[in-house]
Design a protein around this ligand. Structure first.
Ligand SMILES: Cc1cn([C@H]2C[C@H](O)[C@@H](COP(=O)(O)OP(=O)(O)OP(=O)(O)O)O2)c(=O)[nH]c1=O
Length: 190
């Protein structure tokens, strides 16, 4: 059975949604200090570190992913405190940013497939009141870029170009194609 190397409840929900059978073994890598020039390089590198770590411990195929938010060349991770969350939301206000998810499928330390997907997201102009309210909800803290499109943060998103699920943490169409190609996912009725 497939192993999902992720503690993200969103990735678990998305795989459940399409009926992939999997178990969870979260990786424990240090995401800091990974150097990359593009957001897709960064997302795939981080997903590779997570996937390979878990794939060395179990014989099963492993799927890992990483989601990165990039605005005008700057990468935004998860905010560490309220001030960082406020700063991130001010940056995103009234502009487009990119959300890139890298996905790696590997087995016994070998990469079977890897890819990334980019979605452009446009935030409405935020008021300080909206930013302060949103930070108080605590929603920003476990999410790259400091917001969740699928939670209260959705009220800030005026438009997107690309895959919605990619913003939530896993590009479903590309992931399903890859898993099907590798024989790890079959279309079933019930
Ligand atoms: C932009 C955005 C990100 N996110 C989430 C997706 C990811 O879970 C998280 C980015 O962190 P990641 O490091 O990609 O993932 P994670 O730490 O949650 O889980 P793991 O490393 O174990 O796989 O941000 C949303 O849920 N909604 C959004 O709109």
């Amino acid at each position: 059975m497939l192993i999902l190397a992720s503690k993200s409840p969103r990735r678990q929900e998305l795989l459940n949604l399409i009926g992939v059978e999997f178990t969870v073994k979260a990786s424990n890598i240090n995401e800091e200090g990974v150097l990359a020039t593009t957001s897709s390089e960064l997302a795939v590198s981080l997903a590779t570190l997570k996937g390979l770590e878990v794939s060395r411990k179990y014989p099963n195929p492993v799927l890992a992913a990483d989601t990165v938010v990039e605005i005008e060349g700057e990468f935004l991770g998860k905010p560490q405190d309220e001030n960082q969350a406020i700063e991130m939301l001010r940056k995103l206000s009234g502009r487009y940013h990119n959300v890139v998810t890298g996905v790696v499928i590997c087995q016994r330390g070998q990469i079977l497939d890897s890819f990334s997907e980019l979605t452009k997201v446009y935030f409405k102009k935020l008021t300080e009141e909206e930013i302060n309210w949103y930070v108080k909800t605590k929603d920003p803290f476990d999410k790259a870029g400091g917001y969740g499109i699928q939670t209260q943060g959705g009220i800030f998103v005026e438009k997107i170009e690309g895959c919605y699920f990619n913003v939530v943490g896993l590009p479903l169409a590309k992931t399903a194609n890859s898993l099907r190609k590798l024989g790890l996912y079959k279309l079933k009725v019930n």
